[in-house]
Design a protein around this ligand. Sequence first.
Ligand code: PLP
Length: 223
Amino acid sequence: MTSSISVRIATLRSALPDSVRLIAVTKQVSTDAMRCAYAAGIRDFGESRIQEAATKQAELQDLSDLQWHFIGHLQTNKAKKAIEQFQWIHSVDNLKLAQRLNQLALELGVSPLVCLQVKILADPSKSGWSVPELFADLPALDECKNLQIQGLMTIPPLGLNDSEILDVFHHTRDLKKEIQEKNWSHLQIRHLSMGMSGDYQLAVQAGATMIRLGTILFGNRTT
Ligand SMILES: *Cc1c(COP(=O)(O)O)cnc(C)c1O
């Protein structure tokens, strides 16, 4: 089991461009399996629950060069824990949350790395900005100077075929370019966090710089 994790990671890594950061999504994955991933070279772990991550972070304290990525829906009342525990938050999905994180970052004296979650297609099952909403909020986001807003994150709706998924990723790439071309005082959107086990190859093809893989590395989760 654990040896298959390292084989999968090595195989995947060798097929990826060096520019792509592989984030191992470890929700419901044991710390034993995470140590195995670490031994295979993984330094970036993605978690979607604050409490589950806290338990694992305590167990993995001896691995001092890890980067923790929060990828789940973040409630405002967990915002403080999120920036205390994670270097990256991929799932900032509304202006109020961004402003709250910005205030907390100031108080805590940190500058967390952040992606803005966008929905290229309407998707009631997910949170995130629509494209017009995002453009409306960009000036206020540019004021969040305690955050390092560095990327866009997207998850395509379920049920799309490959060409539709690729379309979503291309739109996200174009959106990043369009944002970058404007003259912001602070925003620096250089990353694209997109691609999961089922669609990472399409995401990489469209220019993803961070892919978030769980199942393909660790097998199926129980729920
Ligand atoms: C669970 C999860 C992933 C990983 O999904 P897999 O299909 O298991 O690779 C990636 N991103 C987010 C936001 C997730 O919640």
